[in-house]
Ligand binder design. Structure first.
Ligand code: NAI
Length: 211
């Protein structure tokens, strides 16, 4: 496992490298230059060289990067070779969609159960996963060594959910609700907001129309 501390700005670019490297491996490409990576990722070649120098400076100047080696290293850094026992809190539209998506299993998430307050949902199965009563969550996390909680509740419920999670040994929260909250520093929080991305798309289209 790689030990050097890498800045979060670099880390946030790694998923893009990771997905393009998969594409290159599928096409049988063995080596790739920073210029080629630049064309497919949209990052500048010098940015890419700087990023990749962070973890061992693969490839010599001018000879390109070994695709498979780079892929393995980036997967290692991102912890994608691990498997995290995960629960989903909020078994509504989004919670069910995440539970139903098989792609996350490939990358670290091992979803074990969903939790909800709604008696109509509790006791149901979503893609062979049980929907359990939120009141049982603390014991469940402890008994099953759960490491990640995915929050898919309405924003009004998030603070309450966060207070419960804070008292467990959970390692990370993947939060989809549109609200900020704090938990103790031992728990890593990553929030996702599709609306932010939509605003960027809207900006790009509206700029085009203004020109
Ligand atoms: P939904 O209403 O279909 O599902 C929410 C579920 O949470 C319900 O089943 C409800 O019973 C449950 N719930 C309420 N309080 C709870 C509590 N204290 N503990 C456990 N479960 C509880 O809503 P939907 O459409 O699935 O959205 C869920 C959240 O995700 C919302 O906050 C929404 O704004 C957000 N969202 C975020 C997106 C993003 O890009 N990050 C995209 C879509 C939705």
């Amino acid at each position: 496992m790689y030990q050097k501390k890498i800045s979060m700005n670099v880390i946030r670019r790694l998923p893009k490298y990771h997905s393009y490297l998969i594409e290159l491996m599928e096409r049988g490409v063995v080596k790739v230059s920073s210029r080629e990576l630049s064309e497919i990722t949209g990052f500048t070649a010098s940015q890419i060289r700087q990023d990749l120098n962070n973890f061992g400076g693969f490839g010599k100047q001018g000879s390109g990067y070994e695709v498979e080696l780079l892929f393995k290293e980036i997967s290692d850094i991102l912890g994608l070779n691990m498997s995290y026992k995960t629960i989903i809190i909020g078994a509504g539209n989004l919670g069910q969609a995440i539970a139903n998506y098989p792609g996350f299993k490939k990358y670290a998430l091992d979803i074990k159960a969903l939790f909800d307050v709604n008696p109509k949902l509790i006791g149901m199965k979503i893609h062979s996963l049980d929907v359990l009563d939120i009141d049982t969550i603390s014991d469940y996390i402890k008994d099953n060594n759960i490491e990640i909680a995915i929050i898919c509740t309405p924003k009004e419920a998030v603070k309450k959910v966060a207070r419960i999670l804070e008292k467990t040994n959970i390692k990370g929260i993947w939060n989809f609700a549109p609200v900020d909250f704090t938990v103790n520093a031992d728990i890593k929080v990553e929030s996702v907001n599709l609306t932010d991305s939509l605003f960027v798309l809207s900006y790009m289209i509206s700029q085009e129309e203004k020109n």
